[in-house]
Design a protein around this ligand. Structure first.
Ligand code: ADP
Ligand code: MG
Length: 378
């Protein structure tokens, strides 16, 4: 097994730079998920680590070894792709054994390793079948098996579940997590699906346009998003981001519709400034559901309801705001399209962002970087 260290990783295609100097440390046995929108450079990171592309600048270390100049076959990494790339004319056993044969393993070693992998993956009964005689999930397991038999020090996954239907994807997600618990092989897993990222990861790396926006646990990424990008990308739907202004002489936020929020405390150095306030759809609800905790209200009109069974997602318009406010309400909540409502949220769930840097400002309990109303009056 091996940790991975990436230093100033940069990739250019001609004049186009697609990775701008990525730094990351992946611990031995860690499961790191790289998440970000299509085209942000996720696959490029994997290809550079695997050695399938030339690095433009920077370094990749695997298990304490600088691998920049090593051939892919000498890096001891295994990559699982979205299209399983199985050999259609070979049965499951031979698909799994192929990589070992080309590496000149003995017959008895090959049988032992394929049997072990097929037990781990629940493929024992299927070794004689051809890929076309397998379901999508079984094919993906065979593709995994082909990697496992090589006992690599690193697994690289490039959106391995995105060709599967939703139900199978959920099931394979759980299987992958169990597999990692068992094998504990250092893994980098690329996906554009943030639910997959949240559920699988020890840590998540959020990538946007070739830059790291944040690396952290699912909890940190969700509760303390470093930037407006992370706040909007993570969560389904993502965080509501509302431009507003802080009063100069009082700890009040002025909303786009002219409404005012009493904050009590404000971040230091932001008196009279423009700010972006963030509130998650699941924290924006009916005030009757907030159990008496101190809250703020926003007048909206319901434009569209998305019934999801357990929840209803309400897309609402608010005066002065271009985009819709999104609220996640309980499934039994009697709210109809066209209705006027007051949506409420607790101050403790409010996040504030600097519109210039797009960075999150710490909330009062995280730092002393806040001033109270009384200090403003003076
Ligand atoms: P992702 O996997 O996040 O969707 P990629 O890593 O595949 O993104 O691609 C990142 C960017 O690099 C994209 O803008 C893509 O168009 C560009 N790119 C990828 N491969 C090449 C290539 N061979 N030549 C030129 N541009 C490329
Ligand atoms: Mg990709």
């Amino acid at each position: 097994m091996a940790g991975i260290s990436i230093k100033g990783l940069t990739k250019r295609y001609g004049k186009l730079e697609v990775l701008h100097g990525i730094d990351a440390e992946i611990k031995d046995g860690e499961f790191l998920v790289v998440v970000g929108p299509s085209g942000c450079g996720k696959s490029t990171i994997l290809r550079l680590i695997a050695g399938l592309e030339q690095i433009s600048a920077g370094e990749v270390w695997i298990g304490g070894r600088r691998v920049n100049r090593l051939e892919p076959k000498d890096r001891n990494v295994a990559m699982v792709f979205q299209n399983y790339a199985l050999y259609p004319h070979m049965n499951v056993f031979n698909n799994m054994a192929y990589g070992l044969r080309t590496r000149r393993y003995s017959k008895s070693q090959i049988i032992k390793r394929v049997q072990e992998a097929s037990e781990i993956l629940g493929l024992q009964g299927l070794l004689e079948r051809k890929p076309r005689e397998l379901s999508g999930g079984q094919r993906q397991r065979v593709a995994m098996g082909r990697c496992i038999v090589r006992e690599p020090s690193v697994f690289l996954f490039d959106e391995p579940l995105s060709n599967l239907d939703a139900k199978l994807r959920t099931q394979m997600r759980v299987e992958l997590k169990q597999l990692h618990k068992q094998l504990k092989t250092t893994s980098i897993y690329v996906t554009h699906d943030q639910v997959e990222a949240m559920t699988l990861a020890d840590r998540i790396l959020v990538l946007e346009a070739g830059n790291i926006e944040q690396i952290g646990s699912a909890n940190q990424i969700y509760h303390e998003p470093a930037t407006t990008f992370v706040a909007g990308f993570i969560g389904s739907p993502g965080m509501n981001l509302i431009p507003c202004r802080l009063e100069r002489e009082a700890a009040k936020l002025i909303l786009p519709n002219g409404g005012q929020l009493e904050l009590g405390m404000i971040p230091k150095g932001f008196r009279g400034s423009e700010l972006i306030m963030g509130i998650r759809p699941e924290h924006l609800t009916l005030n009757s559901l907030l159990n008496g905790s101190p809250f703020c209200c926003i007048k909206v009109s319901v434009e569209l309801m998305e019934p999801l069974g357990a929840d209803n997602v309400a897309h609402c318009s608010m005066a002065g705001l271009e985009q819709n406010l999104v609220s996640r309400l309980p499934g039994d909540c009697p709210v109809a399209e066209g209705e006027s409502l007051e949506l409420a949220f607790s101050l403790q769930n409010l996040q504030l962002f600097d519109p210039q840097s797009r960075e999150r400002l710490p909330v009062p309990h995280e730092s002393g970087g806040y001033e109270a109303i009384s200090s403003l009056a003076g």
